[in-house]
Write a protein that binds this ligand. Structure first.
Ligand code: GTP
Ligand code: MG
Length: 461
């Protein structure tokens, strides 16, 4: 399925740097290298996987553009599966652009589209679609947790698991088909209970996999945690304490914060954005009212809400406004200012927040902050939030959708077996379930799915 055109792109980030890499892939890659690269020493046919030093020249004028290292890999044992040449040049914007232009001036060579090298690796069977996506996720990872997840998918953990489950479904389907095709013959007896048992095992595994999506997505992309509370309970102080720097203005005047402020932190390796909001209260001026409106919107968009109360004071009517704003299943009650005494009872807090976990802290002395970050980690990312290296988490909506579709057809097959429907129906459901799983690794996929997957890539990858 390899495309006939040879493609070229600058593979390194734009802007000045020590070195930059221009990559060429396709049947003309070696001819391009012959035309534009002059070895400093030695002659003869360059060998695959060896690095040569020399000059990059414009064959039209003979002008030397840069002193470079050139490196070739013969297909099919290269990233794209095609002949690949890399030119390691000096990392200047002009140098790299001139080299790319010189290469693209060669016959049958054109600039690559974003993700086209990886797309060719996929089309040539070097990697599957999950691994291609993992390449993009690895490059875009903003946290250690995201990098680990992408790396695990690049190593094939998700693909292997999906392939094993698909194999089990195909096996069950084959047994139904044999029973259908040779009902009278001496084939191993078809045991409906055995097939059904196997399908139930596969379904449970797929259900567990589908259930990891929310957690996987949050661990990769990050979670938004909103701090809400009545004026002056110490929301901004807590945000500063969690962020480790003075992000928000803190004053003893109630109603200090008007707009929503953000601070990015990392909890258990995953990105978390803390959102400080305007204090909630009934009687407020126009500006504050607008801020309060924004607080409500922020609560709706957040994955977790910290409801802050003043531990040193008894329940205040505005605390009830806060309780009313809480519709979130991921809520943590935070009792702040414990350094100046505790007058707020647990019973009172329970009235407001129900069964949400309660954490006692002081933004001033930093007491209880470790417990608070641990509680956020558990609430947002789940109990095993440190992430076991082999744990499979779904990160992409495309994978989640495919698993859900496979589950739908599996349930349907199980139902058909349960009410003794014709085996044809069971086999047809099982085939559909297998096709749904094939879409994950890209064994069966359409051009528009591929376009969508590779559209998000950066140039040169
Ligand atoms: N003793 C003590 N004082 C605190 C603590 N946290 C905040 N304060 C003080 O409480 C006052 C209000 O703090 P802020 O962080 O501005 O409170 P806020 O909830 O953001 O207030 P608004 O923005 O007005 O809604 C300031 O004087 C803080 O120094 C704490 O843990 N202990
Ligand atoms: Mg504030």
């Amino acid at each position: 399925m390899s495309s006939h055109e040879t493609i070229a792109a600058i593979a390194t980030a734009p802007g000045p740097g020590g070195i930059a890499i221009v990559r060429v892939s396709g049947s003309e890659a070696c001819a391009v290298a012959d035309a534009v690269f002059r070895r400093a020493t030695g002659s003869g046919v360059p060998e695959s996987r060896r690095i040569y030093v020399g000059n990059l020249v414009d064959p039209a004028t003979g002008e030397v553009i840069d002193e470079v290292l050139a490196f070739g890999m013969r297909g099919p044992k290269s990233f794209t599966g095609e002949d690949v040449v890399e030119i390691h040049c000096h990392g200047g914007t002009l140098v790299t652009r001139r080299i790319l232009e010189t290469i693209c001036a060669r016959p049958a060579v054109r600039p690559a589209e974003p993700g086209e090298f990886t797309k060719r690796a996929f089309l040539n069977g070097r990697i599957d679609l999950v691994q291609a996506e993992a390449v993009a996720d690895l490059i875009a990872a903003r946290s250690e947790a995201g990098r680990r997840l992408a790396m695990s998918q690049l190593e094939g953990h998700l693909s292997n698991c999906v392939e094993r489950l698909r194999g089990a479904i195909v096996g069950a389907c084959a047994r139904c088909e044999v029973a259908l095709d040779f009902p009278e013959e001496d084939v191993p007896e078809f045991e409906p209970d055995e097939v059904r048992g196997e399908l139930i095992r596969v379904r449970r595994e797929l259900e567990a996999m589908a259930a990891t999506f929310e957690r996987g997505r949050l661990r990769y992309a990050g979670a938004r945690v909103a701090l809400i509370g009545r004026p002056n309970v110490g929301k901004s102080s807590l945000m500063n304490a969690l962020a480790g720097h003075e992000r928000a203005i803190v004053t003893p005047v109630p109603g200090t914060t008007r707009d929503v402020l953000e601070a990015a932190i990392v909890i258990d390796g995953a990105p978390v954005v803390i959102l400080d909001t305007a204090g909630l209260r009934d009687a407020a001026g126009v500006v504050e009212e607008l801020g309060i409106e924004r607080t409500h919107r922020t609560v709706e968009d957040a994955e977790c809400v910290l409801a802050i109360f003043d531990a040193s004071a008894e329940l205040h009517v505005d605390d009830w406004h806060v309780a009313r704003a809480l519709r979130h299943e991921r809520t943590i009650a935070v009792l702040n200012k414990t350094d100046i005494g505790i007058r707020l009872s647990d019973e009172a807090v329970r009235l407001l927040v129900g069964s949400a976990p309660i954490v006692r802290v002081s933004a001033v002395t930093r007491d209880g902050l470790d417990e608070l970050t641990a509680a956020i980690g558990t609430t947002v990312f789940g109990s095993s939030c440190r992430g076991d290296a082999d744990e499979i988490l779904l990160v992409r909506a495309r994978h989640h959708e495919a698993v859900r579709e496979a589950l739908f057809h599996l349930c349907s097959a199980e139902g058909a077996m349960g009410d003794d429907s014709p085996l044809e129906l069971v086999a047809s459901d099982l085939r559909r379930a297998a096709v749904a799983l094939s879409a994950i690794t890209g064994q069966i996929t359409s051009e528009d799915v591929l376009d969508r997957v590779f559209a998000d890539f950066c140039l040169g990858k």
